[in-house]
Design a protein around this ligand. Structure first.
Ligand SMILES: *[C@@H]1O[C@H](CO)[C@@H](O)[C@H](O)[C@H]1NC(C)=O
Ligand SMILES: *[C@@H]1O[C@H](CO)[C@@H](O)[C@H](O)[C@H]1NC(C)=O
Length: 262
């Protein structure tokens, strides 16, 4: 029997980092298996620094290691420093932190810890690269075999930070939009852009694997074209969450038992 799947509008989560040199916005999107896949595409986040005489000290180029996939239950605690080359998809170099963050959030919602799945991570990395190359687009794969959270950021000047943990926090922040006491937990929360959050804490999900890709892409602006990078983070989940009935939501998305810490 085909189970109904949650159709959540694409989420636009704004994260603004401002420093002397950098301002960037982030959009994130969650929920695989969405019925309205492709109907909406949020505008890609774009952020550019005004030309500035100040320079970021360049990070020394490091060799671009393709990490071996982490073992199924224990991602290696430390991975090689992120690659300095672009145009590749890799398992998140901060896999352990990504997993720990999921599990910290899940514990507060009385969900058992996830375990890392190397094949989900590998397919996430591959998919992240595909999206980054496809004009930094946020488009779900549409598979019903797993859940899928996506996060994208485009920034200029180019950045080669391959870490993924920020994406998990941005997804989880939707918790503040979720009404745990809704009479109809699925239908009442559906308009609230909570699909990433619900996948993160979904109780009957057991495995996660995440990957990231960074691609250099020119960015056209009124004042001219600048170099930028598009970074996509993908996490895939099994069993998939966000099954679109009130009963599934009631059983799988529990209220926080202690204060929410991001
Ligand atoms: C953009 O990148 C190319 C190749 O990496 C470089 O030659 C060019 O100077 C860069 N342009 C700007 C405006 O930084
Ligand atoms: C759940 O989190 C909210 C926000 O942090 C907090 O106000 C509330 O007290 C928490 N609930 C419990 C039971 O701790």
């Amino acid at each position: 029997m085909a189970r109904p799947q949650l159709a959540v509008p694409l989420t636009v989560a704004a994260l603004v980092l401002v420093s002397l040199l950098l301002s960037q916005q982030t959009i994130a999107q969650g929920d695989s298996n969405i019925a309205d896949k492709g109907k909406r595409r949020p505008p890609r986040a774009k952020a550019v620094n005004p030309p500035s005489p100040v320079r970021l000290s360049p990070s020394p180029p490091s060799p671009p290691p393709l990490r071996p996939p982490p073992s199924p239950s224990k991602p290696s605690p430390k991975s090689p420093s992120p690659s300095n080359s672009y145009d590749q998809g890799v398992t998140c170099p901060d896999a352990k932190e990504v997993l720990d963050k999921h599990n910290m959030y899940r514990e507060n919602h009385r969900a058992l810890p996830l375990r890392w799945d190397a094949s989900l991570a590998a397919s996430s990395a591959e998919y992240a690269l595909r999206l980054a190359k496809a004009d930094c687009s946020i488009q779900h794969s549409g598979s019903r075999a797993f859940g899928e959270n996506l996060y994208a950021v485009q920034v200029s000047p180019p950045q080669n930070d391959y870490t993924c943990t920020t994406a998990v926090r941005v997804w989880y922040e939707e918790v503040f939009n979720y009404n745990f006491f809704a009479a109809q937990p699925y239908y009442d929360n559906k308009p609230n852009f909570v699909g990433h959050f619900t996948q993160v804490v979904w109780r009957s999900t057991s495995f996660v694997g995440c990957g990231v890709a960074i691609v250099q892409t020119p960015l056209k602006l009124p004042m001219g074209t600048v170099n930028s990078t598009c970074k996509i983070v993908t996490c895939r989940y099994r069993e998939p969450g966000n099954i679109a009935t009130d009963m599934y939501f009631l059983k799988n998305v529990l209220s926080n038992s202690t204060t929410i810490v991001l």
